[in-house]
Ligand binder design. Structure first.
Ligand SMILES: *Cc1c(COP(=O)(O)O)cnc(C)c1O
Length: 497
């Protein structure tokens, strides 16, 4: 035996015992805890309807989250107890059947199991040859099929819609500049780029053009019509005006489902215009791209398949637990050209782990989580047809809510819902706009504080209103009826109407 080898510390049994790891000493006891957690979680979702949508946190709970960095250990059973008692009872609320604030999905248990499984396997979706990478690419392919993009299109899963839009707009900017922006930067452009979207466009596009160095002013907000859809002829005028003034019109952003009111731009008309004007056509489909899988509503997004890039959000209408978004790009080469770099420490090989595709060449992240699995498992379990029906169900529920609002003399409907977003307000006679705003904000807050329902508010055409976005597979018609009753009761109590 080599005498030097026996001197290595790792060959010493006592030292081997002292080697630290994060693995438990006793796997059986963590298994018992894990089973308990699963039981608690099943109960949590099974009885979600019986709990408040949201509740304020008592001081002792808030205090827990101000405790300093833990230096020493705490038994995992105790750590879980802290989560069970102080985190789980105080959710944002979007898994509840009466949560309709802003715009988010309601999650699903299969997706939660998938997140657990993905974390156990722990794979990194930077790329390579392993099953998670194939699942990731298969999910991208399924989402691509859902919006009618060809098999040659590419895509990448990202954290959400904001990042998906940033990816799409980056490829748009780089592809339309007529210069090598990656190498030379915006300074080489003699004509500044201009992007066009409706005045209802989501705020993430502003962040995107700012991040891309174009500046907020490069994103022209074009007026919308009475239904809050982008006015196509106004875009044409703006493009002509910009050409005249020495700008380079580059990208037209259509919105399939605005965040304010759910308006779906006329995507086919925008595709025509983009073609006519030589613009990149990007669709923000974070809300509505997936209408394409809903039998009764797919017609609303006709033309989306003609886009150059689409951003969509499986954590909205596919109810994947946060977070997962997707950017699709029709021209795979342009997509890759916008992000690919091959540093010496990320070289591919013809065999082994690095023989798969480098997925980081299609986005900004190098490391990326295995979020695809939650979409994959839920789609396998239910089939895409069911998700389509759930989307139709939410749109039908919005029509019912609008009907309930219209039928009540103290309520005012601000716009006919086009898809699943209902804008309305409590508006008893004799109140001015300021009073109405004050009353409706109070209704919104009392609903939240009592845990009855969660809606948000917005201002539509200069008028403040409550806004219910029904992206929720747990909502039933009785929830909407109860909600309308609560709004009227609280409005009356507060305003004396
Ligand atoms: C939600 C949303 C976004 C942003 O998506 P995140 O997933 O929240 O980052 C962008 N555009 C529209 C229209 C949206 O509804």
């Amino acid at each position: 035996m080599d005498s030097r080898a026996s001197e290595l510390p790792c060959r010493d049994d006592a030292a081997h015992d002292r080697t630290e790891t994060l693995d438990p000493r006793d796997w059986a006891s963590v298994a018992a805890l894990a089973y308990r957690i699963v039981d608690d979680c099943v109960g949590y979702l099974e009885h979600v309807r019986d709990r408040p949508v949201w509740q304020p946190m008592p001081e002792h709970v808030e205090a827990l989250f101000r405790t300093p960095l833990p230096h020493g250990p705490t038994a995992i059973e105790e750590v879980y107890g802290l989560v069970r008692d102080n985190v789980l009872p105080y959710p944002m609320g979007n898994v509840h059947p009466r949560f309709w604030s802003w715009y988010m999905g309601a999650g699903n248990f299969t997706g939660a199991l998938a997140d657990f499984l993905a974390a156990v396997q722990g794979s990194n979706l930077g790329g390579g040859s392993h099953a998670a990478a194939l699942v990731d690419q298969q999910v991208v392919g399924w989402l691509r099929d859902m919006v009618g993009f060809p098999a040659s299109a590419s895509g990448t899963l990202v954290s959400g819609g904001s990042m998906a839009n940033l990816v799409g707009l980056t490829v748009a900017r780089n592809s339309m500049a007529g210069a090598d922006l990656r190498e030379d930067g915006l300074a080489v452009l003699d004509r500044p780029l201009r992007f066009y979207a409706s005045d209802q466009v989501h705020s993430c596009h502003r962040k995107a053009v700012e991040t891309l160095g174009l500046g907020n002013k490069a994103l022209r907000r074009i007026r919308t019509d009475a239904a809050y859809r982008l006015d196509v002829s106004a875009v044409r005028d703006a493009v002509a005006e910009d050409r005249e003034r020495g700008f380079k019109p580059a990208c037209l952003i259509g919105t399939a489902g605005t965040v304010n009111s759910g308006a779906v731009d006329d995507l086919a008309a925008l595709a025509d215009l983009a073609e006519e004007q030589g613009l990149w056509f990007h669709v923000d489909g974070c809300i509505g791209a997936l209408l394409a899988i809903a039998p009764q509503n797919a017609w609303r997004v006709r033309g989306i398949e003609r886009a150059d890039s689409v951003a969509l959000d499986p954590h909205k209408w596919l109810h994947a637990p946060f977070e997962i978004g997707c950017a699709l790009v029709k021209d795979r080469a342009k997509h890759r050209q916008s992000f690919a770099v091959s540093p010496e420490y990320l070289q591919g090989t013809s065999r082994g782990i690095a023989s798969g595709e480098w997925l980081h060449e299609f986005g900004l992240q190098t490391s990326r989580g295995f979020g695809a699995l939650k979409v994959w498992m839920a789609l396998k379990e239910h089939g895409v047809a069911k998700f389509g029906r759930l989307i139709d169900q939410n749109v039908a529920q919005a029509t019912i809510l609008a009907h309930l609002v219209r039928a009540h003399p103290l309520l005012e409907l601000l716009a006919e819902p086009e898809i699943n977003i209902v804008c309305f307000r409590f508006a008893g006679a004799g109140h001015n706009e300021d009073d109405i705003k004050r009353i409706n904000i109070e209704i919104m807050l009392r609903l939240q504080e009592a845990g009855l329902a969660a809606v948000s508010d917005t201002t539509l055409g200069g008028r403040h209103c409550l806004r219910a976005a029904i992206c929720n597979h747990r909502t039933r018609v009785e929830d909407l009826e109860q909600f309308v009753g609560d709004v009227v009761r609280i409005g009356r109590e507060f305003s004396g109407a």
